[in-house]
Design a protein around this ligand. Structure first.
Ligand SMILES: *[C@@H]1O[C@H](CO)[C@@H](O)[C@H](O)[C@H]1NC(C)=O
Ligand SMILES: *[C@@H]1O[C@H](CO)[C@@H](O)[C@H](O)[C@H]1NC(C)=O
Ligand SMILES: *[C@@H]1O[C@H](CO)[C@@H](O)[C@H](O)[C@H]1NC(C)=O
Ligand SMILES: *[C@@H]1O[C@H](CO)[C@@H](O)[C@H](O)[C@H]1NC(C)=O
Ligand SMILES: *[C@@H]1O[C@H](CO)[C@@H](O)[C@H](O)[C@H]1NC(C)=O
Ligand SMILES: *[C@@H]1O[C@H](CO)[C@@H](O)[C@H](O)[C@H]1NC(C)=O
Ligand SMILES: *[C@@H]1O[C@H](CO)[C@@H](O)[C@H](O)[C@H]1NC(C)=O
Length: 915
């Protein structure tokens, strides 16, 4: 959505062309251009190379070809001369695809008579705005928007005291500091238009805007990083018509509550921190046409009652405000309404029907909850209602709006069919995550302006014919994923469709082929074909697709057997897991940050080339048949690698020992290999480690006490190795402060259980019920940590590790002595297994304090005494195994004990009271 938002913004931005430097009415009596000015202009323009500009192509800005030596420069495109003196007074080189820095010595600055200069939408390659721009004494209009300027904004711009319009927006690497801004505000007393959207003003004190010129009509400060209090007097500027401070997240201030007479037509406060009193606002702002209040701070909750009064509004954004109840549909009756965004609220109910004049009569008698619109809002351009709780069908009038370009109803509960569109104005149609069924409407084939079509996660059915797409030359973003009944085979076999596709998502779509039309998709960047039935070898032609553009490819959960050499230069995220890939491990392109080929049939060794992947963050090679040693250089990857998974392969040799200071690893999983030797102590450099899984190897070592100091370590699995020795006392004051899962089972540890360790496992002591509300999983969007634990006697792979999951498994070792009382302090334990050791003494009654315990296994030890009655209070306990000990006395009765079978106690000669 964010991407869409940006595109929409730039669309809106570009759809208001600048008429200011309209071409000169040029006739034979006009004096010829001064030759030094003409050569200055040419020099200036020729000091750049001419490159590509997607945005200028998209909006077909024509190249300015009339600039030629020897012709009158006053006749050149974008050049205006003074009719009397012949001096060049205006230059418009916007969207001229210029590339390269503007040097302070450029001949542009010799055009001293310039009054208007527009260099917008070029790429000045990261040069700073030269202080020489301050030398145009008569400059009235300066426009440098979207031109890749960086660095500090020069205070000399404040010398342009005749400036009327200044636009420096969207040079987001440029900074403005308080002193330069103050000077600007004080000196530019004729300013009517100040546009600084998306310029870095994070260090500017908003007070600097205090003395802005009273002639100001438009102030745009979208996404500038402003924080602090916005000066009140701006709202009283007598001519201000447009104020935009959206997305300055920490900008506060207060709107006037009375005596506010203002010509404001457009007020845009979305995501800023102004407290909003909507009734007050509406009663004050009589001229208001545009009101953008997304994610704002409403202080009067009775909002909808006041919305019907907004009859003159043409654009309204009330998204993400937690409003509930019925949508304020009456807004749709505003004949002038062009833009309505009510997304991200909790609106319920159905979209309104169009009232015929008869039904209006009858419905006014019958019900008050069904609203209707009295006429088609025929000027509506954009309707965004996504992320609400709307149900019912899409009403027919929505297909009959001649101006509608953006229809975004995603993430609701809409049902019924998608109807036929009667006009072809649509640019974006997002209907994903609803309950729509039936076929894709045929009229989509006529939507020649369509750029976004997203219908994923519905129940659409029928055959998607390729002819629907023949005329959709502009479609760049298509997502039909997760419609299990949609049949896409004729679509995937089609060629020569969708030449401009950039993002294609067909996950869970039952397709058996990589869509053939991708052969001509030169700009494809994002391709998700996961969870399909694509079988066999990747076709050769596919390796040419998006060679220079593809950055995200997901082919996971298919039946691919081979893929060959991976060519994509700009690949960032490559997911091939859960296929049937054979042969050696394919080396991904150098720049990948995510690479997964887990759950395939790959064989052979891990090639050293993997170590050259200098951007890698996530590497998942688990569940293959990789053999030989882990290349030692993989340790060097750890200064960027976050997650490294080699589980279940056939690797042998020792674990690389080259983890250096600054190691970034959060998760290292080597479970299920044949690794030998000891654990590398250099792992202590990986201070962010959360998960360490060395289980099921042949590691021969004593307990790695040095891991105690890792502040984030949550999971430590040493199960089934040749670990030996005693656990002894912790070597640090607060060992394992975050540990929640520890599995030392099936080793040769001996000696006493570590009483002092149990005293300090802070994370296991936390009272879970206090945080029960938040069910968090470890990992982030790109990986979810998975480990295998033995729960209730069975192996489980926890694909997502719930952050609060807490277990101790010390079973099958040679621990002796008593079970320490302190075990009772580990209040969040869900599972405790000390079985198959040589533990003696009585069961500590403190076990009864483990109120979250779900399984407890103390079987096959030498425990004596009675079963503590306190255990009857463990209401979560589902599995209890005390068999094969020397327990005696009465088995407690009642409560939880009624649920255990006799197996729980067998082979204890002294126990009585079996059920
Ligand atoms: C600056 O130029 C761009 C491109 O021509 C235009 O879209 C924008 O409206 C201009 N800014 C002002 C303030 O006129
Ligand atoms: C302007 O300065 C740049 C860099 O300082 C230099 O490369 C270029 O030759 C100069 N151009 C002129 C016309 O002097
Ligand atoms: C600036 O404008 C003034 C008044 O119109 C004029 O006299 C002067 O020559 C202009 N200066 C330049 C450099 O064009
Ligand atoms: C204000 O503009 C005048 C005339 O252009 C100039 O001389 C002066 O230095 C400017 N003041 C500041 C603070 O920039
Ligand atoms: C804005 O304030 C929030 C707390 O309300 C804070 O977390 C955040 O870092 C602040 N952002 C900036 C850019 O200062
Ligand atoms: C809205 O209009 C109703 C009647 O049309 C009126 O009673 C109410 O005061 C108005 N509210 C505001 C805030 O103007
Ligand atoms: C209802 O009647 C009004 C005039 O009385 C007319 O303008 C309007 O178009 C009618 N609406 C419909 C849906 O027929």
């Amino acid at each position: 959505m964010e991407r869409l938002l940006l595109l929409l913004i730039c669309f809106l931005f570009l759809s208001q062309p600048n008429n200011s430097s309209s071409s000169l009415s040029f006739n034979s009596s006009t004096p010829l251009c001064h030759s030094h000015q003409s050569s200055s202009l040419l020099h200036f323009r020729n000091s750049f190379s001419v490159g590509q500009s997607l945005i200028c192509d998209l909006y077909s800005y024509p190249p300015k070809n009339s600039w030629k030596m020897g012709t009158d420069c006053c006749g050149w495109d974008g050049v205006t001369c003074d009719t009397m003196s012949g001096h060049v007074i205006a230059v418009d080189l916007s969207c001229s695809r210029l590339q390269g820095p503007i040097h302070p010595n450029t001949t542009l600055f010799s055009l001293r008579h310039l009054q208007r200069l527009n260099l917008a939408l070029n790429n000045f390659g990261g040069s700073a705005i030269s202080s020489k721009f301050g030398g145009f004494a008569n400059m009235t209009h300066l426009n440098l928007t979207r031109s890749s300027f960086i660095g500090n904004f020069p205070s000399e711009i404040s010398h342009l005291s005749k400036l009327v319009s200044l636009d420096l927006s969207w040079n987001y690497m440029m900074r403005i500091e308080t002193p330069s801004l103050k000077r600007l505000v004080q000196n530019l007393t004729h300013l009517t238009e100040l546009v600084l959207d998306y310029v870095n003003m994070s260090s500017v004190s908003p007070n600097s805007f205090m003395n802005l010129s009273s002639s100001l009509t438009s102030l745009r400060l979208y996404y500038c990083g402003l924080k602090g209090r916005f000066p009140d007097n701006i709202f009283h500027l007598p001519n201000l018509q447009l104020l935009d401070v959206r997305y300055n997240y920490n900008l506060t201030g207060s709107l006037p509550t009375y005596n506010w007479s203002t010509p404001l037509k457009s007020l845009r406060l979305s995501e800023a921190e102004f407290p909003i009193n909507l009734p007050n606002l509406i009663s004050n702002l009589k001229s208001l046409k545009e009101l953008y209040l997304s994610n704002c701070n409403f202080i009067v909750s009775s909002y909808p009652t006041f919305l019907p009064n907004l009859t003159q509004i043409t654009s309204l954004d009330l998204s993400y405000n937690n409003f509930g109840g019925q949508c304020p549909w009456s807004l749709l009756n505003n004949a002038g309404l062009t833009y309505l965004r009510l997304s991200g609220n909790n609106f319920i109910g159905q979209l309104p029907d169009l009232s015929t004049n008869q039904t209006q009569v009858s419905s006014s008698n019958s019900s008050s909850n069904s609203q209707s619109v009295s006429q088609i809002p025929s000027n509506l351009v954009s309707l965004k209602l996504y992320d609400n709780l709307l149900n019912g069908t899409i009403p027919s009038w929505l297909y009959d709006i001649p101006s509608l370009q953006y229809l975004i109803l995603a993430n609701n509960q809409l049902t019924g069919h998608i109807g036929e569109f009667l006009h072809n104005s649509l640019v974006a149609l997002w209907l994903n995550n609803n309950k729509l069924h039936g076929p894709l409407p045929l009229s989509i084939s006529k939507l020649v302006s369509l750029r976004y079509l997203v219908v994923s996660f519905n129940n659409l059915s029928g055959n998607v014919e390729s002819k629907i797409f023949f005329r959709l030359k502009n479609l760049s973003y298509l997502d039909m994923s997760n419609n299990p009944l949609l049949s896409l085979s004729s679509f995937t076999f089609a060629t020569n469709i969708l030449p401009n596709i950039v993002q294609l998502q067909l996950s869970s779509s039952n397709i058996t082929e990589i869509p053939h039309f991708l052969q001509t998709a030169e700009n494809i960047e994002y391709l998700d074909l996961s969870k399909n039935q694509i079988k066999g070898n990747i076709p050769k032609w596919f390796l040419e697709v998006g060679k220079d553009s593809l950055y995200n490819l997901n082919l996971s959960y298919n039946f691919l057997t081979s893929i060959g050499h991976l060519p994509w230069k700009h690949m960032d995220i490559l997911d091939l897991h859960s296929n049937m890939l054979q042969g050696p491990l394919p080396v991904p392109p150098l720049g990948v940050s995510f690479f997964s080929v887990s759950r395939n049939n790959l064989i052979g060794e891990i090639p050293l080339l993997i170590c050259n992947l200098s951007s890698l963050l996530y590497l998942d090679l688990a569940y293959n048949h990789l053999s030989n040693m882990i290349p030692p250089c993989l340790g060097n990857l750890s200064n960027h690698l976050i997650d490294f998974d080699l589980k279940s392969n056939s690797l042998h040799g020792t674990i690389p020992s080259t983890f250096a200071k600054g190691c970034y690893l959060k998760s290292l999983k080597l479970n299920g290999n044949k690794l030998e030797g000891s654990l590398p102590q250099s792992l202590v450099h990986c201070r962010k480690l959360e998960v360490l899984d060395f289980g099921n190897n042949k590691i021969n070592s004593t307990f790695p006490h040095w891991l105690e100091t890792l502040p984030e370590l949550r999971v430590l699995i040493l199960r089934s190795n040749n670990f030996h020795g005693t656990l002894g006392n912790p070597k640090t004051k607060f060992p394992f402060p975050n540990l929640r899962i520890i599995d030392l089972s099936h080793n040769e540890f001996y000696g006493h259980l570590p009483t002092n360790l149990f005293n300090y496992l802070k994370a296991m002591m936390m009272n879970v019920s206090a945080n029960k509300g938040e069910l968090k999983y470890m990992g982030d969007n790109y990986y979810q940590d998975s480990v295998i634990v033995v729960m209730k006697g069975l192996f489980f792979e926890l694909v997502k590790i719930q952050s609060l999951f807490t277990t101790i498994d010390f079973s099958n070792n040679n621990f002796k002595g008593e079970i320490p009382k302190s075990i009772g302090e580990l209040g969040s334990l869900k599972g405790l297994n000390f079985s198959h050791n040589n533990l003696t003494g009585c069961m500590p009654p403190s076990l009864g304090k483990l109120t979250n315990l779900e399984w407890l296994d103390l079987s096959s030890n030498k425990l004596i005494g009675e079963i503590p009655i306190q255990l009857a209070d463990l209401t979560s306990l589902e599995v209890l195994n005390l068999s094969e000990n020397y327990l005696f006395g009465q088995i407690p009765r009642g409560k939880q004990f009624n649920t255990f079978m006799n197996d729980s106690y067998k082979e204890n000669r002294g126990l009585c009271g079996f059920q």
